[in-house]
Ligand binder design. Sequence first.
Ligand SMILES: [Fe+2]
Length: 286
Amino acid sequence: MGDFIERRIGGMSPGELSEAVFAGRILCFEGLPPVNDVVTAARRAVSGAFDDADPLTVHADLDSSDYEQRYAAARRAFQNDSAAVRAMEAALVAAGLERDACYRDRLVLRISPPHARTYRRGFGAIPPHRDSWGSGVYSQINWWMPVYPLSAENTMAIFPAHWTKPIENDSDGWDWTRAGKDPDAPLLPTAKSEPDRTGEVRLDIAPGTLVAFSGAHLHASVPNTTPHARISCETRSVSVRDLVSGCAAPDIDGGGAEPAYTWFRRFGDGKVLEPQETSAQIARSR
Ligand SMILES: [Fe+2]
């Protein structure tokens, strides 16, 4: 299982990147200058929302609703920061994405304070899931980075044993158009049995490192048993070239969600990935 994780100094070519990610590799990129710009922008959003208090311990000094409201303000500030968006796109291109072929989801700032028992969008500890159960996009790459230092007891875990092994889940019939709008709809499909933790990868990495992994990998927040909040940021991308060529992760246990192409916006101008246009392009190539 140790073979799944790979440390990279500098970027790769688009072909190498897609081939590695959709073979299940978990790539940790170091030495990509734009990653530091993303971290700076994320810290700026956090500092603004928490009045420059120590973001790793400030949860102990605030009541939970004040804390969550301040987090929400930081999340919005980061998501809407054009400098952060530009830096994230530059970081992904430096890692290997082909700028002209790629689309990205919004930027998400995530905070998981100690002992969080619930989760909401970007907040708390997320249970084991594959993004592909929800997005239906098997050519999706997840991008993740720490904003402040973290540890193996306070990070994200990936379960490579489930790259080829199905796990019981509730993705059947899941409708992403309801998530976040309908209070009765779950936020995301999740695993319904305990993961096989053989070879579990806990991302114990320093700020300035960027991780890329397939959206079809089973992953979850590690229960945070430290006194510190975990603060990270993420996005996900899809390349039209991968969609058209069929370069994608295997679907071994998904419930058949319609591909959520409209989550993704083109690098540079933000044009939405059009479902019909994309499906037609894929059909023509087959
Ligand atoms: Fe995820």
